[in-house]
Design a protein around this ligand. Structure first.
Ligand code: ZN
Length: 281
């Protein structure tokens, strides 16, 4: 599977939750920046770049339907960027977020919450297409969006406003929705968070940009985009240890393959085995 499939949405269960992968197409980032200090000879065979040295990245949001909410984890990159940005970042639709929602029988206004790991444009860009969704994010991310650190000014793309009024702003860990908990990790941005979906003994972790793709599973495979790489390494290692010990599933937003994987260990190495959670699969 290599790229978004607009026709057949992937739907599975995590305990009582129905989870659907809702894709917003794909985009491209510089391969060197995406793999940080990893030498090109290591990443290139696994992820060959295009003729502008860019690698292809998925934009796979997760739609979680609970008894009292319909929440989207990340919102995609969204539409309506300038032609320059579309070209620079190789932004490619279809499918768009709205089309993928339609494929699982939902109109954008039926999404009640948007839980975001952080507010970089490739995660928050789709908020403008969700007129009723209440944003759930760490308070420091909202502050960073309003006044971005120089290092991340381009990544927040604050020239295009997002609906921060009415947002549920969190200060550290919490359970903003029943069964959905967050943990502030920092690292990629100062107030990046991961989202854990837990029900009936099953856990699915939404790693945001802490583990953007399956190739970033080794803790030392960080990105040049990470604000504090040492924090990424430490938080990633801690969370993956916990995931391996408890048999968590992981959804990796920027993977081209939309399927989740189960985290385990082979000796000292973390491994991710593709599959789909839920009974009878
Ligand atoms: Zn980011």
């Amino acid at each position: 599977m290599d790229g978004p499939d607009p026709v057949r949405p992937l739907v599975y269960r995590v305990g009582e939750f129905e989870v659907s992968v809702v894709s917003d197409g794909e985009f491209r980032l510089d391969g060197g920046a995406m793999y940080g200090m990893v030498p090109r000879v290591r990443w290139e065979p696994e992820d060959p770049p295009d003729d502008r040295n860019r690698v292809r990245l998925g934009l796979h949001c997760l739609l979680v339907r609970g008894p009292s909410f319909t929440a989207l984890l990340e919102t995609g990159i969204g539409r309506g960027w300038s032609p320059e940005w579309d070209d620079r970042y190789g932004i490619l639709h279809p499918p768009s977020l709205v089309e993928s929602l339609a494929a699982v029988g939902l109109r954008p206004e039926e999404v009640t919450h948007a839980v975001l790991s952080h507010l970089h444009f490739d995660h928050a860009g789709g908020l403008r297409h969700l007129p009723r969704a209440r944003l759930v994010v760490q308070r420091g991310e909202a502050e960073a969006f309003r006044d971005p650190p120089a290092y991340h000014r381009g990544s927040y793309a604050s020239h295009r406003p997002i609906p921060l009024e009415g947002a549920l702003l969190l200060d550290g860990p919490g359970e903003p929705l029943p069964g959905i908990t967050v943990r502030r990790t920092g690292g990629h941005t100062r107030d990046h968070q991961v989202v854990l979906l837990r029900s009936k003994g099953e856990t699915l972790a939404f790693f945001g940009d802490l583990v953007p793709t399956v190739r970033h599973l080794p803790p030392l495979w960080t990105m040049a985009y990470d604000l504090v790489p040492m924090d990424v390494i430490d938080r990633k290692r801690d969370l993956l240890e916990e995931a391996a010990a408890e048999g968590w599933w992981a959804h990796l937003y920027h993977d081209r393959d939309p399927r989740p994987c189960r985290i385990g260990k082979d000796g000292k190495r973390f491994v991710a085995v593709r599959g789909v959670p839920g009974p009878g699969r």
